[in-house]
Design a protein around this ligand. Structure first.
Ligand SMILES: [Zn+2]
Length: 189
């Protein structure tokens, strides 16, 4: 898997939060759902388990954020920021680190969106909510299910529709044909 090897190269085979060299797994940073180099971080079992089960958090483990919060990788910054935010409710040191942390506006928006647990809205590649009537640009060539055709990168889909039951897809017409497209492969115009 090309994505995973690119991630392993970036993290130098160390957990991107605590530097552990135990087996690593890619972790997709919400609200994104696809493992890509930009939207995933490589984590050890300990970090991953504690992020997924906040009630099992050992605050002392997260002292590692003291170093990893300075990562140059936005996805790592987002995970570090969210962990510090959770911990800052009970840990003064986490609160202090959070105060010192600096995020670019775009990264901050990403970090905050994921904290909402608001997973029932379709979000584009930048985490911007997509609404009925929006125009979007397709960001990569997408094969059309059940045919040999592709939707070309750069295709504009106008006046999309969204469904409350399906936050992963938007609906729209491409070349006059109605179809579903994964929201994360769109960019709002
Ligand atoms: Zn770790």
């Amino acid at each position: 898997m090309a994505t995973e090897s690119a991630l392993l190269e970036r993290c130098e085979s160390k957990c991107e939060l605590c530097s552990a060299t135990s087996p690593l797994q890619p972790f997709v940073v919400a609200p994104h759902t696809q493992i890509t180099v930009d939207h995933a971080v490589m984590l050890c079992e300990t970090c991953k388990t504690q992020i997924e089960n906040p009630e099992a958090t050992d605050p002392n483990h997260w002292r590692c954020l003291n170093d990893s919060m300075w990562s140059q990788t936005p996805a790592v910054q987002v995970v570090a920021w969210r962990q510090l935010k959770r911990l800052s409710e009970s840990e003064t040191w986490a609160h202090d680190l959070l105060d010192m942390m600096y995020l670019e506006d775009e990264t901050k928006t990403w970090a905050e969106i994921g904290m909402d647990d608001d997973a029932d809205k379709p979000l584009d590649v930048n985490g911007v909510e997509l609404k009925k009537g929006d125009d979007v640009t397709i960001i990569k060539d997408l094969p059309i299910k059940g045919s040999s055709q592709v939707i070309k990168q750069g295709t504009v889909v106008r006046n999309i529709n969204v469904s409350a039951d399906d936050a992963k897809h938007i609906q729209g017409k491409v070349n006059g044909q109605a179809m579903y497209v994964i929201a994360e492969y769109c960019r709002k115009k």
